[in-house]
Write a protein that binds this ligand. Structure first.
Ligand SMILES: Nc1ncnc2c1ncn2[C@@H]1O[C@H](COP(=O)(O)OP(=O)(O)O)[C@@H](O)[C@H]1O
Ligand SMILES: [Mg+2]
Length: 292
């Protein structure tokens, strides 16, 4: 099979390189769909592509574009879909996963536990939302975050005002969320592939931080999932419609589990390192079995 990957990072980007190697071992080929060099056009009412890609070669496409090109490359996703190329994941699911508040709404609507959270798009809403969450401390975070950037612990009005002032101008709004202290907390990333748990790892913030993103720490550990956690992770991926999902869970000091966010193009080097599992192989196998 020819498996396209939407990425602006080229073949040498580690997860792409690893997927390409594993695909080749299984007799398949990875083809880069680079949104910098592939341009969707609508001519005479039909979707077509200009640039460096022969679409007839593609059997399926994995949208794995990162922040480099961000939302702009989302244009390629429905375009490829309308041109008849199957996608893993699909546009509707990606849209939800890219927006943390839309994600939390979708999870909450099917009774999946999440942290108490409010959304504001102007400073006017801050005090009411803060009061409703029970006051400081809160976490203030962007709607479309990545690798923990822009996620702040806020303890007072001064810091809140500064962060809101710097961020509300973007017009994207911002999330205000109940803080779950890192002491005796368990942060877990569960990788769901095709409605099954492919693996899970434990993450820990660095001392003095509360964010456990693998990008920030480069450390990961194996973890045994309780059946309840597994069920919640699967239900969360299903609620968003993600076939491949990195589901982030936090278990607080009282043992209560909540879903923080879902990633539609999860990295897997930390998970492979922690568990020894062949996650790249699982992804390729799923894609080939489902779309081959
Ligand atoms: N409400 C919260 N309370 C405590 N820690 C949090 C909370 N929300 C997020 N974190 C920590 O910060 C990290 C980054 O937050 P997240 O919302 O996942 O943003 P990003 O999309 O940038 O990864 C999480 O992995 C978690 O460790
Ligand atoms: Mg995260």
């Amino acid at each position: 099979m020819n498996i396209g990957i939407i990425t602006a990072e080229g073949y040498d980007y580690p997860p792409t390189k690893r997927l390409a190697k594993v695909a080749a071992e299984k007799g398949h080929r990875i083809i880069i769909v680079d949104p910098i060099y592939v341009w969707p056009v609508l001519v005479s009412g039909s979707p077509d592509l200009e640039g460096e890609l022969d679409i007839s070669m593609l059997d399926v496409v994995l949208p794995r574009q990162g922040a480099t090109v961000n939302d702009s490359s989302l244009k390629l996703v429905p375009h490829l879909h309308h041109m008849g190329v199957p996608l893993v994941n699909k546009l509707d699911a990606i849209r939800l996963a890219k927006d943390q508040f839309l994600t939390l709404q979708a999870l909450s609507s099917v009774q999946i536990p999440i942290p108490d959270t409010g959304f504001i798009n102007a400073y006017e809403g801050f005090q009411s939302v803060l009061d409703r969450l029970g006051g400081y401390p809160v976490v203030i975070k962007p709607v479309s975050g990545r690798v923990g950037e822009g996620v702040f612990l806020v303890n007072d009005d001064h810091k809140a005002r500064l962060i809101l002032h710097n961020n509300l101008e973007t017009g994207k709004g911002i999330l205000i969320q109940r803080f779950i202290p890192p002491e005796n907390r368990l942060d877990i990333r569960v990788l769901v592939i095709g409605g099954k748990v492919a693996g899970a790892m434990k993450l820990k913030p660095k001392p003095g931080d509360f964010r456990s993103n693998f990008h920030l720490t480069q450390k990961s550990w194996p973890v045994e999932l309780l059946p309840e956690w597994e069920e919640i992770a699967l239900k969360a991926a299903d609620a968003l419609g993600l076939e491949i999902a990195g589901v982030d869970l936090i278990v607080d000091a009282d043992g209560k589990v909540r879903v923080i966010e879902l990633n539609y193009s999860p990295g897997f080097s930390g998970l492979e390192a922690a568990t020894g599992l062949d996650i790249a192989g699982r992804i390729i196998d799923y894609v080939v079995e489902t779309y081959g």
